[in-house]
Design a protein around this ligand. Sequence first.
Ligand code: ADP
Ligand code: MG
Length: 393
Amino acid sequence: MDSSFPTVSELVAEARRLYGEEFGGEAPRVAACAPGRVNLIGEHTDYNQGLVLPMALPLVTVVVGSQTSGQDVTVVTTTKDADEPRRVNFSLPSDGSPLAPGSPKWANYVKGVIQHHRAPPVPGFKAVISSSVPLGGGLSSSASLEVGVYTFLQQLKQDDGDKVSKALACQQAEHTHAGVPCGIMDQFVSVLGREGHALLIDCRSLEATPVPLTDPNLVILITNSNVKHSLTGSEYPTRRRQCEEAASILGKESLRDATMKDLEEARARLDDVTYNRARHVIEEIERTVHAAEALKRGAYQEFGQLMVESHNSLRDLYEVSCRELDELVSAAMEVEGVFGSRMTGGGFGGCTVTLLQASATDRAILHIQERYSGTPTFYVTTPSDGARALSLL
Ligand code: ADP
Ligand code: MG
C-alpha cells in the first residue's frame, strides 16, 4: 500500500522544471514552502476563540519564482481544480487601489496575499506553485498556498518578520479574496508549526504552546476519504452564525467564555439546533485542553478516547460529518493498536486522523481499505516545521 508523497526537494525540482518551460528557459531566483496541517483535536473551535491542537505536515506547497521589473504578475500552478486554467496573469494596480478577486478562483488566494502583505507595495513577479497537499481535503491546502506565497513575497519585499501578524494577514487574504470566513488555526500552524511538536493554540490570545510528539512507537495516520460534499461552502458560515447567536443569547462575547452550566441555564431560550452547536463547541474546547495534557503524559489511550468523543460530537451535535468519514473512523477503531480516530477539518468529506501504535500501521491501512466503500488515500505523517524560505543552490 502506497502511503508516500513527494519530498520538498522533489516538489522544488518539479516547480523549477515547469518554471523553465513556462518562462523561456529562465531559472527562478527564490523559493519558499509552507505546510498543510492536520488538526488532532479542537474542531470548529478556532472561530469561537477556543483552543485547537494541530500539527504542521510534511505535505507542503512550494513557490518558486523571480521578481520582474514591471507591475505584472504571472503565476502557474501544477495542481488546481478541474476546469480552471493553471496559468494566471494580472497587473498590480499602480495607484494603490485594491486587487479585485476574479477568475481563476485559485488565484484569489494569491491576490489576497498580495493585498494583505504587510509591507506594500510588492513588486511584479513570476512564480510557479507545486504542492503535495490535497486540494479541498481538509488538510488546508488553502492556508499552505497563502502562507507559501507570503513567505515567497517576503524575499522580494521584506516586512518586519512578525509571524503571528503574517498568519493574520494570510487569514485576511482568505476572508476578503476567497470569501471563506475561516478561523486562524490553519494559517497559524502553517507559519508557526514546529518539527516534532503539535501546537496547542489559544485562538483568543494567539499564544501557542508546543506539545512534544516524537514517540517513535506512535504514528499519525491521515486517511483521505476522497469525497467532498458540496454542502461545505454554505454550511461553514451557517455554523459560524449559529455559534455567534448562541454566544449572544448567553450574553457572552464568544462561546469560549461559556460553560456547560451557562448553557444549561439558558436551555429554554435556545432552540435544539443552537443548543447542540454550542454544546459541541464548549465541550470540544474542554476536550482539547484535556487532550493536550494527556499527550504530554504519554496517555495515548486517553487521548484516543477524546478523539472518538470529538468525532461523535461533530457527527451528532455539530452535524458536519458524513457517511464516508463515519465509516473510516469505525473501520480504524476496529484495529488493535489504534488509540483513536476522528474526522479532521471542516467536515462533509476530506480526511480522518488516526493515532495508533507504529506497529499497527500496515494492519490499519489494510483494514480501512477493505472496509471503506470508497477509495481512500493514506498519509503516514510526522509533525513538521512551519513555512520557510528555501535555497535554490
Ligand atoms: P483545503 O484548505 O481543506 O484544502 P479549501 O477549499 O479551503 O480546502 O481550499 C482549496 C482551494 O485552495 C482549491 O480549490 C484551490 O482554489 C486553492 N488551492 C490550494 N492549493 C492550491 C495549489 N497548489 N494550486 C492552486 N490552487 C490551490
Ligand atoms: Mg482551507
